[in-house]
Write a protein that binds this ligand. Structure first.
Ligand code: CA
Length: 222
């Protein structure tokens, strides 16, 4: 999908941008309300992610302006203020959904999926996955490979959960940081690589290589 990110905070915009691109989306960033207005009205976006606090205006007013101009593109508002009035305001002015900062990156991805109906929200998440000779059981917090039990830490389990739930698809470092560490800005450390290394070591003592690095994007099961 083609996603416009209207966000003035460079670190947040960059994190969203890289994460969404790694999920397979095309992205554009607008750092001001004016740029956001111009790009939105040019059209061609499937979703607009709109920050409420912008240096030259507020996102709620921009949302109202875009709807007034006849734009029907789904809009997800991001608000730093955990203020119910704000959110009701945003929705009343034509936003389709909102997220309160700090939000988890995977929650944003889920909202995008829901809004664009790629995934039915009533579909229950599977509790148990199998990929090649690896069996992953969420309820029992247990992982086996070729029948042999593999002891994982909670973080390793969380990473494998992300990979196993979408085999073959790339899971971005941003998605892992957000989902497993609750970090929304890249800490500029190799923490994810370190944990992937440990996970590989444990899985590969029972079989061939299964986690592939996709340079510049993330990881996937191969
Ligand atoms: Ca902002």
């Amino acid at each position: 999908m083609n996603i416009l990110i209207v966000e003035d905070e460079p670190l947040v915009a960059d994190f969203l941008d890289r994460g969404l691109r790694a999920e397979g989306h095309a992205t554009a960033i607008a750092a001001t309300a004016e740029d956001g207005r111009a790009r939105s009205l040019e059209g061609g976006f499937d979703v607009i992610i709109l920050d409420v606090m912008l240096p030259d205006g507020d996102g709620i007013a921009l949302c109202a302006l875009l709807r007034g101009a006849g734009l029907t593109t789904p809009i997800i508002m991001l608000t730093a203020r955990d203020d119910v009035a704000d959110r009701v305001d945003g929705l009343r002015h034509g936003a389709d959904d909102y997220l309160v900062k700090p939000y988890a990156f995977d929650e944003l991805v889920a909202r995008i999926d829901a809004i664009t109906r790629r995934r039915r929200p009533d579909e229950p998440e599977p509790r148990r996955y199998a990929y090649r000779d690896i069996v992953f059981d969420r309820d029992a917090m247990a992982v086996t490979r070729g029948g042999a039990a593999i002891a994982l830490t909670a973080k390793e389990f969380g990473i494998l959960d992300l990979l196993m739930s979408r085999p073959g698809s790339v899971v971005s470092r941003e998605h892992i940081l957000s989902s497993v560490w609750n970090i929304e800005v890249d800490p500029l450390t190799n923490i994810v690589d370190v944990y992937i290394g440990r996970l590989r070591h444990k899985l590969e003592s029972h079989g061939p290589r299964v986690i592939e690095t996709v340079r510049g994007f993330g990881y996937r099961l191969c």
